[in-house]
Design a protein around this ligand. Structure first.
Ligand SMILES: Cc1cc2nc3c(=O)[nH]c(=O)nc-3n(C[C@H](O)[C@H](O)[C@H](O)COP(=O)(O)OP(=O)(O)OC[C@H]3O[C@@H](n4cnc5c(N)ncnc54)[C@H](O)[C@@H]3O)c2cc1C
Length: 505
């Protein structure tokens, strides 16, 4: 970068060259205008998206910017725990893929730790019997997969690896400061038009095309998607690939609870967390630039405040929020989309192993039960879960002992259903949530830029819904906001980025 003029040696014959220099500068493309940082930024929502956005925005704009984070319920959002017998358990977002580099980074920056892994075996249940059972022997597991499904599992692995390898490019782009003003542009930069198309066609279709058998799709792929998204194999291919990557590779979680990442990032940024529900945003202007008025309501009453830049990190569509945008021309429309209801029941009790074909509970070997897409099967998956703090001495309960199980279902479990799964139980804690987008209703992807300096982060869930996707979107929004603010257009929506980042210093 050129030194500022004040650093020029005073004896240089500056004056005679000035007209020529002025003419040359006029002919050059305009350099990014030096502009003061925004005075104040608002982030709506303090889930992982809001916390990560606050952190990245501060990283780029600097600590002098006033940063307000509005949260209607509790910091962490969909990352939450429930308490059973004085121990906390993850009730929602539970496991993180090993290659989630932003999440890994957060844990490192915040001085958090990975939770100790406690081994357990999985099986897939059809409602009548197990269609696939994991054993302690790796080779036997491979043999069983081959015996039932031929080389489908290898084809799946290759397909997922190819998607993940391309997806990992995002970290390079982001490290070089590149941002994308739409989800389509982001996907295109990673995997070309094929990645964009992966949001519009089903995972089943994509897998059948690469030679995975229908039986493998029906038994294994369906089970993984039911347990992760509570949906069928009609989930779009990109979202499906992310979920299947999590099921294949090693995963981890944060000691003490994944939600600690959210509270940690907000504490680190010293963001001003305001306990209030944002009801709308209206557009004003001051000195020729956009100013956003954020309206909110809290137990103390209604209020509003003005910001130069706003990031919305809570899903905006009719079934989720009463959120109005005023004075925008053209108006900001609702995004026609729906969320999939999901019920998590954390049950402390004795498993009814007979229901699964094991009359002797001592012999029940599984800690995680996935299910096939069978009519009348009333749950999607259940796991024997470990607390968020795992001491070195911790051991799993024996199958005949009372344990804590997390059951995922579409509808709340009624008494007969609970009695089907459990011989008896001490407690049941139910969380009902709009958990993930309903992918079969997906159409176009939502926008990232709602207005000049007004951004929407949560639309990325229509590409895939996971902690790392949200973190990637948070970094993208922060970079995009920064690059747009400083009009550094060369860092937005650039083509051929793989080549560019290779040749950049
Ligand atoms: C049951 C379940 C299991 C999951 N399992 C996994 C998993 O194993 N691995 C994984 O990677 N991901 C998983 N996920 C997904 C993951 O939890 C989410 O992708 C992620 O937590 C979403 O973060 P977010 O900040 O975008 O949204 P949220 O966490 O929903 O945060 C949005 C926040 O905005 C607040 N808010 C809403 N409206 C307003 C308003 N008007 N004003 C102010 N604040 C508002 C909400 O209270 C909330 O705190 C799971 C999700 C669920 C529900």
């Amino acid at each position: 970068m050129a030194p500022p003029p004040a650093a020029l040696p005073p004896l240089l014959p500056v004056l005679p060259v000035l007209p020529a220099l002025a003419a040359l500068l006029a002919a050059l493309p305009a350099a990014p205008a030096a502009r003061a940082a925004p005075r104040s930024i608002a982030v709506v929502g303090a889930g992982l998206g809001g916390s990560a956005a606050a952190y990245f925005l501060q990283q780029h704009f600097g600590p002098q910017v006033q940063l307000d984070v509005y949260e209607a319920a509790g910091v962490g959002g969909r990352l939450a725990t429930v308490t059973v017998n004085k121990q906390q358990y993850e009730s929602r977002g539970a496991s993180i893929h090993a290659l989630s580099l932003h999440m890994q980074d957060f844990v490192k920056i915040l001085g958090l730790k990975h939770r100790r892994e406690v081994a357990g075996k999985s099986a897939i249940f059809s409602g009548e019997h197990f269609v696939l059972e994991e054993t302690d022997w790796y080779l036997l597991n491979l043999f069983r997969l081959w015996w039932h499904y031929g080389i489908s599992f290898l084809r799946l692995q290759m397909w997922v690896e190819e998607v993940m390898e391309k997806f990992m490019r995002i970290y390079k782009y982001q490290a070089h400061g590149y941002a994308f003003s739409s989800l389509e542009e982001l996907l295109r930069s990673l995997g070309g038009e094929a990645f964009v198309n992966m949001t519009q066609r089903s995972v089943a279709e994509s897998l059948l095309e690469v030679g995975v058998t229908q039986r493998f799709v029906d038994d294994v792929i369906a089970a993984v998607l039911r347990s992760s998204y509570g949906q069928s194999v009609l989930v779009p291919a990109f979202a499906g690939a992310m979920s299947l990557a999590g099921a294949q590779g090693s995963t981890w979680a944060v000691e003490g609870g994944n939600k600690l990442v959210c509270s940690g990032l907000l504490k680190l940024t010293k963001a001003n967390v305001i306990s209030a529900r944002v009801t709308g945003i209206s557009l004003h202007s001051s000195e020729g630039r956009a100013l956003y008025q954020v309206h909110y309501e809290s137990p103390e009453g209604q209020g509003s405040a003005f910001y130069d830049l706003v990031v919305v990190t809570t899903p905006l569509h009719p079934s989720r929020s009463n959120f109005t945008f005023d004075n925008f021309d053209p108006p900001i429309a609702d995004f026609p989309a729906a969320f999939q209801p999901s019920v998590t029941s954390v049950v402390h009790g004795y498993l009814n192993s007979s229901y699964f074909g094991f009359p002797d509970p001592k012999l029940f070997p599984f800690t995680s039960i996935l299910t096939t897409d069978t009519p009348d099967l009333f749950f999607h998956a259940m796991d024997n879960i470990c607390p968020v703090n795992i001491s070195a001495a911790f051991r799993r309960k024996q199958p005949q002992e009372a344990a804590v199980w997390r059951v995922l279902s579409q509808q709340p479990l009624d008494k007969p259903q609970l009695k089907t799964l459990f011989r008896s139980y001490y407690s049941v804690q139910v969380t009902e949530r709009q958990a993930h987008p309903r992918y079969d209703a997906a159409k176009a992807l939502p926008p990232v830029v709602l207005h000049e300096n007004l951004f929407y982060l949560s639309g990325v869930e229509w590409v895939a819904s996971s902690m790392e996707m949200i973190a990637v979107a948070a970094k993208n929004v922060a970079l995009l906001a920064y690059n747009r603010w400083h009009q550094d257009l060369e860092k937005i929506d650039q083509k051929d980025l793989m080549h560019k980042v290779k040749t950049e210093l």
